[in-house]
Structures are given as structure tokens and as C-alpha cells.
Design a protein around this ligand. Structure first.
Ligand SMILES: C[S@@+](CC[C@H](N)C(=O)[O-])C[C@H]1O[C@@H](n2cnc3c(N)ncnc32)[C@H](O)[C@@H]1O
Length: 174
């Protein structure tokens, strides 16, 4: 099924897909599209997996670019090749993050990877970091954000997530 077909089947209630950890709804895609930077600036999604969420965002708003980052090229299915970045190993960093205005971490595996990204590439033009994942995981990540330059945290409500998932937007504290 194409991204356009998947997109048309989304509803305001979050659905699970076999190749995305996060429950996805049309409300969530519209919300993410509205907060992510518009061209020529772009977003980097670290650990993009199949790229389903990222491709749905881009399909929803053609003025948004989301580049993916993954370990190896085999896992990506939906992000256009020219927008994919490959790193070597779980601690590999993608230098494209340095030019991005926003980062996404969706169901990341280790809070220390986010700290490493902020310490290495967290200067301007970066404006926001969107973290999405299970509510139970958030406390481990919150600590990393609170101790970083991206410690201003907001928790948008009613954005079409499942009851057990959360999105947090981190912005530069000064
Ligand atoms: C739990 S999966 C989440 C995938 C996707 N975001 C989703 O929600 O379906 C975590 C992903 O992060 C990737 N990953 C782990 N370390 C990474 C790194 N340093 N750079 C890029 N991706 C990484 C893994 O290969 C894996 O696909």
C-alpha cells in the first residue's frame, strides 16, 4: 500500500501499524506537520525505523522535509533515498542533524543517545526536539533534557496519541 493510501485510511483514533512503534492518527500527523519547520529548513528523525510516520508527515504537508537516520539501510521502507542517512552502530551520530531546525526521537532506545546529539550538534539552527514514546519511558529521558540546553518542556494535549503514549516538545532554555 502506498503512503497516500495509508494516509487516506487514517482516522482521528490512533491505529497500530506493524512497522511503526507509535500509534498513528490523522490528528497526530496534522499536529506534527504544523509544528515542524517548513522548507528550506528541515527535521531529522533519529531512529526513523521504517519511516512510516515521517513519510505520512511529508505526505500531509509537502512544505515539510523530514530526513531519516537509521543504522544500516535495510530497515527504511518509506523515506525517499535522498532523505535517508545511515550511521554505523547504535552510538553513530548523523552530521545532517547539525543543519536541522528540528529533531524527532520516536521510541528511541537509549536516553544517552539524545544527550550525545545535544552535546555534539545541539547549537543553532536547532529550535525544537520532539520526543514521542511510551509514558513509562519518559522519566528516564526527562532527566537528560532537564540537564541539557533543551530543558524547556511542553506536553501538548489532545493530539491523537494513544492513552499510554506521550509527545514532549523540548526547546532551548534561554
Ligand atoms: C524502537 S525502534 C523505533 C523505530 C521507529 N522510530 C518507530 O517508532 O517505529 C528504534 C530504532 O532506532 C534505531 N537506532 C538505534 N540507535 C540509532 C542511532 N544511533 N542512529 C540512528 N538510529 C538508531 C534502531 O535501529 C531502531 O530502528
Amino acid at each position: 500500500m502506498s503512503i497516500t493510501q495509508i494516509s487516506k485510511r487514517l482516522s482521528s483514533s490512533p491505529q497500530r501499524f506493524p512497522d511503526c512503534c507509535l500509534g498513528i492518527s490523522s490528528t497526530l500527523i496534522a499536529h506534527l506537520s504544523s509544528i515542524l519547520p517548513k522548507k528550506p529548513t528541515f527535521t531529522v528523525s533519529v531512529g526513523s525505523g521504517s519511516g512510516l510516520l515521517e513519510a505520512l508527515i511529508v505526505n500531509h504537508d509537502e512544505n515539510v522535509t523530514v530526513q531519516g537516520v537509521e543504522i544500516g539501510s535495510a530497515v527504511n521502507r518509506y523515506i525517499a533515498e535522498e532523505h535517508m542517512n545511515v550511521v554505523i552502530g547504535g552510538w553513530g551520530l548523523c552530521s545532517a542533524a547539525q543543519q536541522a531546525t528540528a529533531w524527532m526521537f520516536v521510541y528511541p532506545r537509549d536516553p544517552k543517545l539524545i544527550k550525545k546529539y545535544i552535546d555534539t550538534y545541539g547549537d543553532r539552527p536547532l529550535e525544537l526536539i520532539a520526543w514521542l514514546g511510551p509514558k513509562v519511558d519518559w522519566p528516564d529521558y526527562e532527566l537528560q533534557f532537564r540537564q541539557s540546553s533543551f530543558s524547556e518542556l511542553t506536553y501538548p494535549d489532545d493530539i491523537g496519541l494513544t492513552p499510554y503514549e506521550v509527545m514532549v516538545i523540548a526547546r532551548r532554555s534561554c
